[in-house]
Design a protein around this ligand. Structure first.
Ligand SMILES: *Cc1c(COP(=O)(O)O)cnc(C)c1O
Length: 351
């Protein structure tokens, strides 16, 4: 079957009509990769939902195809978002595709290089504020509620609607819902979207069960776990460097209704999982994505999965190439040698 994006595939579950102009880059249909290493380690089948394989390199495209299509349907001329990077990259690309003006507010100095490059090459108006993501979002909310500019952050309900599609794809692939679903939590839109998706698919008779939702925040950016707003969130996983999640309440509902948990992982645990994915599975995901894997490894150490059977799905939210600097900082630099055969052979261990 030819793939034409998530709206065409799942339109029965989405608030679109014949009048909605579909703006798509054929997002979705991303790989669900069985992780041999993690399955052996944990004793359940662990799958990686590699959403870095979306057109702009993150899951944000699933929500953006909906948000931008609806903005076009409403004859909007401009959209705006606050972003740790991936939302702006996606908003910029989908806006370029349909001729919308796109304005993005980013926290200065705390956005990965690849994401900034994307927003700029797609010709968004990029404005860096001397503040953090939470401050950027407050400003964007104020502006979009007073002027005819559409908000395309995950507070936009169409974003959540589109992002549900990842849960549908997983259920279609596995022929049922998994037992556990692990996911990084930043602004908490995605955990909200997955849970909504799993519930709707079950209600439609497409699955027989619901997963327990396992959300993971970065240790120094963990407002939901710590039960209070974090004024100055810190983590090298910039995509989840958020101290006051917009979808806080619905994330707690996903946790509680599913019988799951929201926990936190340290930057060190995130880095370990990040390297493990790249070096033991051949999967290059950005550091924030690795929080889901770091999380299940942490739970495994406390015997959380003991006597459990079935599938765990970990969402890998974005592509590793988004943040090339971090990758290079965390590996050995290439050795520099003379360009002759003997020296190269010696270097690779052939005498
Ligand atoms: C946006 C994003 C997150 C966080 O998702 P929320 O919906 O804000 O919780 C995690 N990882 C990556 C790569 C992202 O781009």
């Amino acid at each position: 079957m030819k793939w034409e994006g998530i709206i065409k595939k799942y339109r029965d579950f989405l608030p679109v009509t014949d009048k909605t102009p579909i703006v798509s880059l054929q997002e979705g249909n991303t790989p669900l990769i069985l992780s041999n290493f993690l399955s052996k380690e944990i004793g359940l089948d662990v799958y990686l939902k590699y959403d870095g394989a979306n057109p702009t390199g993150s899951f944000k495209d699933r929500g953006m195809t909906m948000a931008i299509s609806k903005a076009k349907e409403n004859n909007t001329t401009a959209v705006m978002c606050a972003s740790t990077g991936n939302t702006s990259a996606s908003a910029a690309a989908y806006s370029a595709r349909c001729g919308l003006k796109c304005i993005v507010l980013i926290p200065e100095g705390n956005i990965a290089l690849g994401k900034l490059a994307q927003a700029m090459i797609h010709n968004a108006q990029v404005i860096a504020i001397k503040g953090n993501f939470d401050q950027a979002l407050t400003l964007v909310k104020e502006i979009t509620s007073s002027y005819p500019i559409e908000l395309v952050n995950s507070l936009n309900p169409f974003r959540i609607e589109g992002q549900k599609s990842a849960a549908f794809e997983i259920c279609d692939f596995l022929s049922d819902a998994p037992v556990f679903h692990a996911i990084p939590v930043g602004n908490a839109g995605n955990i909200t979207a997955y849970w909504k998706g799993y519930k709707e698919y079950k209600a439609a008779g497409k699955t027989t069960c619901l997963p327990k939702m396992l959300g993971f925040q970065a240790a120094k950016s963990a407002p939901i776990v710590d039960k209070h707003i974090i004024e100055n969130p810190e983590t090298l996983a910039t995509a989840i460097r958020i101290g006051n999640p917009a979808s806080w309440k619905t994330a707690e509902e996903a946790r509680d209704e599913s019988g799951g948990i929201i926990d936190k992982v340290t930057d060190e645990e995130i880095l370990q999982a990040y390297k493990m994915l790249a070096q033991k599975e051949g999967v290059f995901a950005e550091p924030a994505s690795a929080a889901s894997v770091a999380g299940i490894l942490k739970l495994h150490k406390t015997n959380f999965f003991k006597n459990q059977k079935g599938n765990i799905v970990c969402t890998l939210t974005g592509h590793g190439l988004k943040d090339p600097n971090l990758a290079i900082e965390n590996v050995q630099k290439p050795s520099v040698i003379e360009p002759d055969l003997k020296t190269v052979l010696k270097e690779i261990g052939i005498k």
